[in-house]
Write a protein that binds this ligand. Structure first.
Ligand code: CTP
Ligand code: MG
Length: 169
Protein backbone atom coordinates (compact mmCIF):
# COMPACT_ATOMS: atom_id res chain seq x y z
CA UNK A 1 0.00 0.00 0.00
CA UNK A 2 2.67 2.46 1.14
CA UNK A 3 4.80 1.43 -1.84
CA UNK A 4 1.88 2.07 -4.20
CA UNK A 5 1.33 5.56 -2.83
CA UNK A 6 5.02 6.38 -3.16
CA UNK A 7 4.95 5.07 -6.73
CA UNK A 8 1.95 7.28 -7.49
CA UNK A 9 3.67 10.33 -6.01
CA UNK A 10 6.83 9.63 -8.03
CA UNK A 11 4.84 9.19 -11.27
CA UNK A 12 2.90 12.39 -10.64
CA UNK A 13 5.97 14.52 -9.91
CA UNK A 14 7.91 13.01 -12.81
CA UNK A 15 5.11 13.75 -15.28
CA UNK A 16 4.37 17.29 -14.15
CA UNK A 17 7.99 18.42 -13.58
CA UNK A 18 8.25 20.42 -16.87
CA UNK A 19 5.08 22.35 -15.92
CA UNK A 20 6.51 23.17 -12.48
CA UNK A 21 9.75 24.29 -14.14
CA UNK A 22 7.88 26.52 -16.60
CA UNK A 23 5.89 28.03 -13.73
CA UNK A 24 8.94 28.69 -11.54
CA UNK A 25 11.53 30.07 -14.01
CA UNK A 26 9.66 33.37 -14.66
CA UNK A 27 9.95 34.19 -10.95
CA UNK A 28 13.74 34.16 -11.33
CA UNK A 29 14.22 35.21 -14.98
CA UNK A 30 11.08 37.29 -15.61
CA UNK A 31 10.80 41.05 -15.73
CA UNK A 32 10.73 43.85 -18.28
CA UNK A 33 7.93 44.47 -20.71
CA UNK A 34 4.55 43.08 -19.65
CA UNK A 35 2.70 40.85 -22.14
CA UNK A 36 -0.29 43.21 -22.16
CA UNK A 37 2.00 46.18 -22.79
CA UNK A 38 0.38 47.95 -19.86
CA UNK A 39 -2.95 48.08 -21.70
CA UNK A 40 -6.27 48.02 -19.90
CA UNK A 41 -9.30 45.81 -20.51
CA UNK A 42 -12.69 47.43 -21.14
CA UNK A 43 -13.40 47.36 -17.40
CA UNK A 44 -10.52 49.79 -16.95
CA UNK A 45 -8.32 47.25 -15.18
CA UNK A 46 -5.10 45.72 -16.58
CA UNK A 47 -5.59 42.84 -19.02
CA UNK A 48 -3.04 40.60 -17.24
CA UNK A 49 -1.07 43.07 -15.14
CA UNK A 50 2.65 43.81 -14.75
CA UNK A 51 3.42 40.38 -13.20
CA UNK A 52 3.10 38.63 -16.59
CA UNK A 53 6.10 39.57 -18.70
CA UNK A 54 7.29 38.49 -22.15
CA UNK A 55 10.69 37.49 -20.78
CA UNK A 56 9.08 35.37 -18.07
CA UNK A 57 6.81 33.66 -20.59
CA UNK A 58 9.67 32.89 -23.00
CA UNK A 59 11.92 31.68 -20.15
CA UNK A 60 9.22 29.26 -18.99
CA UNK A 61 8.57 28.12 -22.55
CA UNK A 62 12.27 27.22 -22.89
CA UNK A 63 12.60 25.67 -19.42
CA UNK A 64 9.76 23.15 -19.94
CA UNK A 65 11.19 21.41 -23.03
CA UNK A 66 14.74 21.55 -21.62
CA UNK A 67 13.59 19.68 -18.51
CA UNK A 68 11.57 17.37 -20.77
CA UNK A 69 14.64 16.65 -22.89
CA UNK A 70 16.66 15.79 -19.78
CA UNK A 71 13.89 13.42 -18.69
CA UNK A 72 14.01 11.95 -22.20
CA UNK A 73 17.73 11.27 -21.93
CA UNK A 74 17.01 9.36 -18.75
CA UNK A 75 13.97 7.55 -20.20
CA UNK A 76 15.51 6.90 -23.61
CA UNK A 77 13.07 8.97 -25.72
CA UNK A 78 14.28 12.54 -26.01
CA UNK A 79 11.88 13.58 -28.77
CA UNK A 80 8.61 12.57 -27.09
CA UNK A 81 9.63 13.95 -23.70
CA UNK A 82 10.75 17.24 -25.23
CA UNK A 83 7.42 17.68 -27.03
CA UNK A 84 5.46 16.80 -23.87
CA UNK A 85 7.68 19.24 -21.93
CA UNK A 86 6.83 21.96 -24.43
CA UNK A 87 3.08 21.24 -24.28
CA UNK A 88 3.13 21.18 -20.47
CA UNK A 89 5.05 24.49 -20.41
CA UNK A 90 2.76 26.17 -22.95
CA UNK A 91 -0.28 24.99 -21.00
CA UNK A 92 1.15 26.05 -17.64
CA UNK A 93 2.04 29.53 -18.89
CA UNK A 94 -1.32 29.96 -20.66
CA UNK A 95 -3.13 28.79 -17.52
CA UNK A 96 -1.09 31.24 -15.46
CA UNK A 97 -2.03 34.06 -17.84
CA UNK A 98 -5.68 33.03 -17.78
CA UNK A 99 -5.52 33.03 -13.98
CA UNK A 100 -4.19 36.58 -13.96
CA UNK A 101 -6.85 37.64 -16.47
CA UNK A 102 -9.57 36.23 -14.19
CA UNK A 103 -7.98 37.82 -11.10
CA UNK A 104 -7.90 41.25 -12.77
CA UNK A 105 -11.58 40.88 -13.78
CA UNK A 106 -12.40 40.08 -10.14
CA UNK A 107 -10.55 43.22 -9.06
CA UNK A 108 -7.65 41.34 -7.42
CA UNK A 109 -4.51 43.35 -8.11
CA UNK A 110 -1.12 41.96 -9.15
CA UNK A 111 0.27 39.64 -6.51
CA UNK A 112 -3.04 39.39 -4.65
CA UNK A 113 -4.03 35.87 -3.62
CA UNK A 114 -6.70 33.84 -5.42
CA UNK A 115 -6.69 30.57 -3.47
CA UNK A 116 -7.25 27.59 -5.75
CA UNK A 117 -6.78 29.53 -8.97
CA UNK A 118 -3.16 30.43 -8.14
CA UNK A 119 -2.20 26.84 -7.35
CA UNK A 120 -4.31 24.82 -9.77
CA UNK A 121 -5.01 27.00 -12.82
CA UNK A 122 -1.62 26.44 -14.44
CA UNK A 123 -1.69 22.71 -13.77
CA UNK A 124 -5.16 22.26 -15.29
CA UNK A 125 -4.19 23.80 -18.62
CA UNK A 126 -0.80 22.05 -18.58
CA UNK A 127 -2.55 18.66 -18.34
CA UNK A 128 -5.11 19.72 -20.94
CA UNK A 129 -2.44 20.77 -23.44
CA UNK A 130 -0.33 17.65 -22.81
CA UNK A 131 -3.35 15.36 -23.10
CA UNK A 132 -3.26 15.74 -26.89
CA UNK A 133 -0.12 13.59 -26.71
CA UNK A 134 -0.24 11.86 -23.35
CA UNK A 135 -2.54 11.85 -20.34
CA UNK A 136 -1.46 9.87 -17.28
CA UNK A 137 -3.92 7.59 -15.46
CA UNK A 138 -6.66 9.28 -13.45
CA UNK A 139 -4.89 8.24 -10.24
CA UNK A 140 -1.77 10.09 -11.31
CA UNK A 141 -3.81 13.15 -12.39
CA UNK A 142 -5.59 13.16 -9.03
CA UNK A 143 -2.24 12.89 -7.23
CA UNK A 144 -0.94 15.87 -9.22
CA UNK A 145 -3.96 17.94 -8.14
CA UNK A 146 -3.51 16.92 -4.49
CA UNK A 147 0.26 17.53 -4.38
CA UNK A 148 0.44 20.79 -6.33
CA UNK A 149 -1.11 23.26 -3.84
CA UNK A 150 1.26 22.40 -0.95
CA UNK A 151 4.28 22.22 -3.29
CA UNK A 152 3.33 25.54 -4.90
CA UNK A 153 2.93 27.21 -1.51
CA UNK A 154 6.22 25.73 -0.24
CA UNK A 155 8.25 26.78 -3.30
CA UNK A 156 6.71 30.26 -3.23
CA UNK A 157 7.75 30.57 0.41
CA UNK A 158 11.31 29.55 -0.50
CA UNK A 159 11.25 32.06 -3.40
CA UNK A 160 10.13 34.74 -0.95
CA UNK A 161 12.88 33.88 1.53
CA UNK A 162 15.48 33.95 -1.27
CA UNK A 163 14.22 37.40 -2.30
CA UNK A 164 12.72 36.40 -5.68
CA UNK A 165 9.14 37.05 -4.62
CA UNK A 166 7.65 39.97 -2.72
CA UNK A 167 4.98 37.83 -1.07
CA UNK A 168 5.32 34.47 0.67
CA UNK A 169 2.41 32.76 -1.18
N1 CTP B 1 6.51 36.33 -13.97
C1 CTP B 1 6.87 36.91 -15.19
N2 CTP B 1 6.24 36.53 -16.34
C2 CTP B 1 5.28 35.59 -16.33
C3 CTP B 1 4.90 34.99 -15.11
C4 CTP B 1 5.53 35.38 -13.94
O1 CTP B 1 7.77 37.75 -15.23
N3 CTP B 1 4.70 35.23 -17.50
C5 CTP B 1 7.24 36.75 -12.74
C6 CTP B 1 6.76 38.10 -12.23
O2 CTP B 1 7.86 38.77 -11.68
C7 CTP B 1 5.77 37.71 -11.14
C8 CTP B 1 6.42 36.47 -10.56
O3 CTP B 1 7.02 35.81 -11.70
O4 CTP B 1 5.59 38.71 -10.19
C9 CTP B 1 5.48 35.55 -9.81
O5 CTP B 1 4.50 35.04 -10.68
P1 CTP B 1 2.97 35.00 -10.26
O6 CTP B 1 2.81 34.67 -8.83
O7 CTP B 1 2.28 34.16 -11.26
O8 CTP B 1 2.53 36.53 -10.54
P2 CTP B 1 1.97 37.65 -9.56
O9 CTP B 1 2.99 38.73 -9.43
O10 CTP B 1 1.41 37.04 -8.33
O11 CTP B 1 0.80 38.29 -10.42
P3 CTP B 1 -0.73 37.79 -10.59
O12 CTP B 1 -1.52 38.41 -9.48
O13 CTP B 1 -1.10 38.29 -11.93
O14 CTP B 1 -0.74 36.29 -10.52
MG1 MG C 1 1.24 35.24 -7.43
Amino acid sequence: MCKEVLGLIASALWFILPAYSANATPVVLGGGRPIDGGRKFRDGRPIFGPGKTIRGFVAGLVAGPVVGALQGVWAGDVFTYTVIGFLLALGALTGDLLGSFIKRRLGISRGGAAPGLDQLGFITLALLFASSLRLPSWEVVLTIFILTPPIHLATNFVGYKLGFKSRPY
